[in-house]
Design a protein around this ligand. Structure first.
Ligand code: AMP
Length: 544
């Protein structure tokens, strides 16, 4: 029997209509790319999104067309999210930190008709324009006063474009499975692959971000996503904040510790989100200048494993709760979040921190399973390791226009293969052990590079650590630890190995420690281990 409920589609336009009506005066504060602080509101963003949609329609944007952004976290970027998706087009966020060749590839692959860009990215677009064949217009996200003289053909000024339009636009009633947004994964090999989010998946994911088991975002919050809008839609925050009416604070291009801290304090931010490398820089700034947070309550950290020392430092020194989360571009991105069950919250600090180091429990909607190399399901006992597979309403069911890549990533039952190796304990806490291709296969044993990195980062002289496998005649592979010193200090190999000996089994200890000035990162802040492996391919390990 069919239920007798209205069939109202879940659409991105509903979010901004709701925020405009019920949280209209709630602020959206931006550190402007042009300099200074700009204050807007949900009501203003809703009006301006309508003006933008009118302008795009006039420029010939049709349903399903891709309109791209090359932009920082700003109010204008939020307006673009809502205008493009709500009118039935697809908002394609380009990560400007990708290699030029990758940007060229994805703009052509997505066939972007319009690229909207911040002033910072005008030189990049100018240098690539000849190769960006499908692009008809470049909309420079600024006003007339700041418009640069640019040879970009068809360059338009954002503020002039919308000033000419009315603030009325009737958002179409779309099928909720219509594509809303497109984001390419920055894989370390091969061409980037597109995850094409639907209106339905985007709205459902936003409910999940607001849920108490994840961030528990509400209208009492002021949220500052440090994670860029070009990295999986700032983990869904622009949608979730509108859904619950949270005040949004957007850092623009200034992501250094001092600028972020100033914004956290001036706007009294309560929640923030970002990758570990960002917090590393921010915490170093606080430490060096003897500063404290006066309003920050919680921070969601993910994208790479959060070092246990960081969780402890946030809580013990700054009184901020860390919610460790795991996800992927292909999962919109959030899959798990570490909030503590009652019985675990009461544990002594050391035991509790050990649980908080895990990537957390599945959020409602996301199913997890572990399988071994033969595809046999593994128990959730905290010990058995396997590849992590997921399914859910905000998990991709194929890559955008890439049938070949799509073939490789689903099992027979349609679950998505994450490429992560993990355990899941009997309370449901997921722990990412490694990427399948990053584990160090030593003799018959697997050494988790993440375990060794997490241990190393606790050494007082180490700021950042990476472990890679180096070929070894007897063991097949052995771990090499590559580290960056903390603020001018040079970690001493003997001291590091002695420190690790207290935390790891003997066979897990790295065979050598190399100090470097900097570690290579991907465009989304992850350690670029392919490059490290290449750098240390012929590294002579010392004799045991
Ligand atoms: P991306 O699609 O760029 O967000 O990358 C997704 C990958 O990042 C995952 O498959 C994991 O390997 C890694 N990742 C994300 N969050 C975490 C985390 N909390 N701990 C360890 N690895 C993570």
């Amino acid at each position: 029997m069919r239920g007798q409920m209205m069939d109202r589609p879940l659409l991105v336009s509903l979010l901004i209509e709701y925020a405009g009506r019920y949280h209209g005066d709630t602020e959206i504060v931006t550190r402007a790319v042009e300099g200074g602080i700009r204050r807007s509101s949900y009501a203003a963003v809703e009006r301006r999104a309508c003006q933008l949609a009118n302008a795009f329609a006039r420029l010939g944007v049709a349903p399903g067309d891709r309109v791209a952004t090359l932009a920082w976290n700003t109010d204008r970027h939020i307006e673009l999210y809502y205008a493009i998706s709500s009118m039935g087009a697809v908002c394609h966020t380009i990560n400007p930190r990708l290699f030029r060749e990758q940007i060229r590839y994805i703009v052509n692959h997505a066939a972007d008709k319009i690229v909207c860009l911040d002033l910072s990215f005008v030189p990049l677009a100018e240098s690539l324009a000849d190769e960006l064949v499908p692009v008809r217009h470049y909309v420079i996200m600024s006003d007339r006063v700041h418009m640069p003289a640019t040879p970009l053909a068809g360059a338009l000024c954002y503020e002039e474009l919308i000033a000419a339009e009315t603030t009325d636009f009737a958002w179409p009633s779309l099928d909720e499975n219509t594509a809303a947004a497109l984001c390419y994964t920055s894989g370390t090999t091969g061409n980037p692959k597109g995850a094409l989010f639907s209106h339905r998946s985007t709205v459902l994911h936003a409910f999940s971000v607001c849920a108490a088991g994840l961030i528990g975002l509400s209208m009492d919050d002021t949220v500052l996503p440090v994670v860029p809008q070009f990295h999986v839609n700032a983990w869904g925050v622009p949608y979730a904040a509108a859904m619950c009416g949270a005040k949004l604070v957007l850092p623009g291009a200034a992501l250094d510790g001092a600028s972020l801290y100033e914004l956290f304090e001036a706007e009294q931010v309560t929640v923030s989100l970002g990758v570990p490398t960002v917090w590393l820089a921010l915490l170093q700034h606080l430490e060096a200048n003897k500063l404290k947070f006066s309003s920050l309550q919680r921070t969601v950290i993910g994208g790479s494993a959060v070092p246990p020392a960081m969780i402890r430092s946030f809580e013990e020194t700054y009184g901020v709760r860390v919610i460790h989360a795991w996800g992927m571009t292909e999962i919109s991105p959030i899959g798990t979040a570490n909030t503590l069950k009652k019985k675990l919250a009461a544990l002594p600090p050391d035991e509790r921190f050990a649980v908080q180091t895990k990537q957390g429990r599945a959020v409602f909607g996301v199913d997890l399973k572990l399988v071994d190399a033969a595809g046999a399901e593994q128990p959730h006992d905290g010990v058995a390791r396997g590849e992590l597979l997921v399914r859910g309403p905000w998990v991709i069911d194929g890559y955008y226009k890439d049938a070949e890549a799509s073939l490789a990533v689903f099992d027979e039952a349609g679950w998505f293969r994450t490429g992560d190796v993990a355990t899941i304990d009997d309370d449901g806490y997921l722990q990412i052990v490694d990427r399948i291709k990053d584990v160090v296969k030593s003799g018959g044993e697997w050494i988790s590079s993440i375990d060794v990195e997490n241990a190393a980062i606790g050494h007082p002289d180490i700021a950042e650590a990476a472990v890679i496998a180096v070929p070894h005649p007897r063991w097949g592979e052995r771990p090499l630890l590559v580290v960056v010193g903390r603020q001018g200090r040079v970690p001493d190999k003997a001291s590091v190995l002695q420190y690790l000996a207290g935390l790891l089994a003997k066979w897990q200890l790295p065979d050598d420690v190399v100090v470097v000035a900097e570690l290579p990162h991907t465009a989304t802040g992850k350690l670029l281990k392919t490059q490290l492996r290449e750098m240390f391919r012929n590294y002579p390990l010392p004799e045991a």
